[in-house]
Design a protein around this ligand. Structure first.
Ligand code: 5GP
Length: 189
């Protein structure tokens, strides 16, 4: 499925700052790379936009997409479903460009099985204390949800060894540079 393009999986616990790292990476790659827009059944957060941050759908719509074979991978995270629509990923890979998937670890494992040639990067926080601080600071989740995300994060951290590369997001610019170097090296191989 890769043709001339490159598929890059980016995983890491909620609060690791992977969205911000990815934003910095995409700016630097300037039109040569795209972020796959996932589908989710979770509620839209303030400031999020339909079709930009996610495609927000009902559980029924999500299930229909799975039945119709429209998903490259999907997983349940907390009480919501998240998945990668297959069409846009194929299009980018066919055009020879880079496509990033910002997905959690079950999705990462599925992609490893389906497309072992994909580059897999795990973005880790400097510590669990820092992760908790970041999650609370961003203020997008209530207390229950923060606790749930921290407990998922502990499990996710155990799976970082499954990834080709682990990048610790302590200083943002350094993490962006690390991901860019990995992508550039993988492209030249
Ligand atoms: P959030 O609710 O914070 O936007 O995302 C929760 C988790 O779901 C994050 O770890 C995010 O990377 C992951 N995620 C987002 N889209 C997908 C997807 O399409 N597939 C999978 N497996 N995980 C996703």
């Amino acid at each position: 499925m890769m043709n001339n393009g490159l598929l890059v999986v980016l995983s890491g616990p909620s609060g690791s700052g992977k969205d911000t790292v990815l934003k910095g990476v995409l700016e630097k790659l300037n039109g040569d790379a795209f972020l796959s827009v996932s589908m989710t059944t979770r509620a839209m957060r303030q400031g999020e936009r339909e079709g930009v941050d996610y495609f927000f759908v009902s559980v029924e719509q999500f299930q229909k997409c799975i039945e119709d074979d429209l998903m490259l991978e999907f997983a349940k995270y907390g009480s919501n479903y998240y998945g990668t629509p297959i069409g846009p990923v194929k299009d980018v890979l066919n055009s020879g460009k880079i496509v990033f998937l910002n997905i959690e670890v079950q999705g990462g494992a599925n992609i490893r099985r389906l497309m072992p040639e994909a580059v897999q990067i795990f973005i880790a926080p400097p510590s669990m204390e820092e992760l908790e601080r970041r999650l609370r600071k961003r203020g997008t989740e209530d207390e229950d949800c923060i606790c749930e995300r921290l407990s998922i994060a502990r499990e996710e951290m155990k799976r970082s060894d499954d990834y080709d590369f682990v990048v610790v997001n302590d200083v943002l610019e350094d993490a962006v540079q690390d991901v860019l170097s990995i992508v550039q090296k993988s492209r030249n191989q």
